[in-house]
Design a protein around this ligand. Structure first.
Ligand SMILES: CC(C)(COP(=O)(O)OP(=O)(O)OC[C@H]1O[C@@H](n2cnc3c(N)ncnc32)[C@H](O)[C@@H]1OP(=O)(O)O)[C@@H](O)C(=O)NCCC(=O)NCCS
Length: 226
């Protein structure tokens, strides 16, 4: 995956220690209309990221549109041409999603600037006590450790707030970045399989050969600072 260009201000802020992140930047950008402050409070935060529930707003719909229609983002999950959604369809989906539906759609933002950078999923534990996670970032934010930071945040959240015994992910066997991300947070490769092409979602969908990774609660506990 190539490194992409990134806004110079965002680049500088990503490198700054959190304590040095200038809060006036956030308010100046909000006032100028260059960004939008998130309305709902965060579900959790990490050093550089803030994760919150998606809203049926034009800007959240735009984020999901950019992610789901992107061949670069979606190739590894079986959609090499992206998915042919419109922003209106996505907006309807965000608006009509029942509150009771498990695993709300989550938006990932930078803490230092009101910038949406991706989405993630916190799965509800199944009958075996396994929760599934997913992470998708816009390509210009790849390769800066943000994926690993987010995945660690998801794992921490699930072990602290649910009784799940393991956190699962199923990266494409060709998706080295995601496999490294799973391993960086203590994930163990426990199996492999094949997801059949989701042609009900896109006629261009392809099969996805995947590895199954699990982070076990006992391994996570061992990694906690005393
Ligand atoms: C997978 C994804 C979330 C990773 O995000 P990211 O912010 O780039 O991840 P990180 O910067 O934390 O990098 C994770 C590891 O992968 C490595 N890496 C990144 N891109 C790589 C590439 N193209 N090839 C090999 N390794 C790569 C990094 O060096 C890092 O390894 P390290 O810990 O040994 O240094 C991001 O690529 C993405 O959104 N992809 C599209 C959607 C997707 O595939 N989601 C995963 C579904 S399971």
């Amino acid at each position: 995956m190539p490194r992409c260009t990134i806004d110079p201000i965002v680049e500088i802020l990503l490198r700054l220690p959190l304590a040095l992140t200038p809060s006036p930047v956030r308010s100046r950008l909000s006032r100028s209309g260059a960004g939008e402050t998130a309305t709902p409070g965060p579900v959790f935060t990490t050093q550089r990221l803030s994760v919150r529930k998606a809203e049926p707003s034009a800007r959240d719909a735009r984020l999901f549109y950019r992610l789901w229609t992107s061949p670069e983002v979606m190739a590894a999950v079986g959609f090499p041409r992206g998915i042919d959604y419109t922003e209106e369809q996505i907006m309807r989906r965000l608006r009509d999603r029942p509150e009771s539906e498990p695993g709300p759609k989550l938006v990932v933002e930078l803490k230092s600037l009101p910038v949406r950078i991706g989405e993630c999923k916190l799965g509800v534990p199944n009958a075996e006590g396994i929760s599934e996670t997913d992470v998708k970032l816009l390509p210009r934010f790849w390769g800066r450790g943000l994926g690993t930071e987010l995945k660690q945040g998801l794992v921490d959240y699930l072990f602290r707030n649910t009784n799940c015994r393991a956190v699962k992910a199923t990266p494409n066997r060709n998706n080295i970045a995601s496999q490294k991300m799973q391993e960086a947070v203590g994930g163990k490769r426990v199996g492999e399989g094949l997801f059949k092409a989701a042609t009900n979602i896109s006629p261009h969908a392809v099969d996805v050969p995947f590895y199954e990774y699990l982070v076990y609660r006992e391994d996570w506990e061992r990694r906690q600072p005393i």
